[in-house]
Design a protein around this ligand. Structure first.
Ligand code: MRU
Length: 362
């Protein structure tokens, strides 16, 4: 099983000369291969190209990216130079992808550690930053497990569950968010039938979610995104559960493009629509989902996905990678602290305060 044998990402060695190792998710499901990131450019490229992806995993990768990025400094660098380089590295990593707030949350944690350790030498601070990155990874694992525990009761034996994109172990340092709920319910002995949307254009559902569920022996049926409504109409789906990339203070949820359509379909068929996400995915500095930056990706992901041209040369395209589901369509949000239900500004604030969520990062 992937998560017992090959972790999604891990650190090897010391702060000074270690490196980040991660599954190259662009090769799945054909090939399970790990890659090494030894420079901040490697980490930036891995995030940008979705070799590592999913909001929590992006945050963990970025934290380790800071450690890698500081390795180019000479041994006896003074703190001023160290701090300048730290800023450059954080700014570079922050430019990789805009939507998943976990990236900015993790970078801010790293910056705060440095700001609070003015007495440490550069090399001692470098080790301290590695410890912080490892702490972020461990916390993420624990948050996944807690999300599974809190969410399992939402799913009943014999139910059909639809998910979109991949919010599993590949998207986190642990067992995932949405899939953690499915794993936990299954561990309680419930038999579930999962429907995985293929998730155009990059096929995270087809390539990654089905792969993870099959590794675990959980029945999964792959459907095209356009089939979700009909599958619901046929009565095959009792619940929908997805992850999130950023949740605004009012409970609006940004997640993989197509999630909004699924939420509307669930509403039309009177099916509960659940979101599973750790507190690190909440952005209380944003009043509503309208303020969430939506990543735009290259047109060839639509016109020539996976190397085969499927549309006329030079056709106009529009390729937003995420959409925003208004809170009113979300039945409940499963966090590591418990369930937010109903989802609105008051219930989000109550669950997240005092909070480790991001507050006011520009
Ligand atoms: O573009 P991706 O693959 O990084 O998008 C991932 C998602 O939308 C996930 O659903 C989200 O990050 C939650 S992962 C626990």
């Amino acid at each position: 099983m992937k998560n017992e044998v090959t972790p999604t990402l891990r650190w090897n060695g010391s702060a000074k000369d270690g490196h980040l190792k991660m599954i190259d998710q662009t090769r799945l499901p054909i090939e399970l291969r790990e890659m090494e990131c030894r420079t901040v450019e490697d980490v930036w490229e891995a995030i940008k190209s979705l070799r590592v992806r999913g909001a929590p995993a992006i945050g963990v990768a970025a934290a380790y990216g800071v450690v890698v990025g500081l390795q180019s400094l000479p041994e006896c660098t003074d703190r001023t130079h160290f701090d300048v380089r730290l800023s450059q590295v954080c700014e570079s990593l922050a430019s990789s992808r805009p939507t998943a707030v976990n990236l900015f949350w993790a970078l801010e944690r790293m910056r705060r550690v440095a700001a609070g350790a003015s007495d440490l030498s550069s090399s001692a601070l470098h080790e301290r930053l590695l410890a912080e990155a490892q702490q972020i990874e461990q916390e993420d694992r624990a948050m996944c497990a807690a999300i599974g525990r809190h969410g399992a009761a939402l799913l009943a034996d014999g139910q059909g569950v639809l998910t979109h994109c991949n919010a599993g172990g590949l998207a986190t340092a642990g067992d995932g968010t949405a899939l953690s709920v499915i794993f936990a319910a299954t561990a309680e002995g419930k038999k579930l039938q999962v429907y995985a949307d293929e998730t155009r254009p990059l096929l995270q559902g087809a390539r990654l979610t089905t792969w993870e569920l099959m590794q675990r022996g959980i029945p999964v049926t792959l459907i095209c995104d356009s089939m979700a409504g009909w599958v619901m109409k046929e009565g095959r789906v009792d619940a929908v559960i997805t992850g999130a990339d950023r949740i605004a203070a009012n409970g609006d949820v940004a997640n993989k493009i197509g999630t909004y359509s699924v939420a509307l379909l669930a509403k039309a068929h009177n099916i509960p629509f659940y979101v599973a996400a750790p507190s690190s995915t909440f952005d209380l500095s944003l009043i509503s989902g309208a303020e969430i930056p939506i990543e735009q990706r290259p047109s060839d992901e639509i016109t020539a996905g996976f190397g085969r041209q499927t549309a006329p040369t030079n056709v106009n395209t529009y390729n937003p990678a995420f959409d925003v589901t208004p809170a009113e369509y979300v039945t409940a949000i499963v966090t590591e602290r418990g369930l937010i239900r109903p989802v609105n500004r008051e219930t989000v604030t109550r669950m997240l305060t005092p909070t480790t969520a991001r507050q006011g990062v520009p």
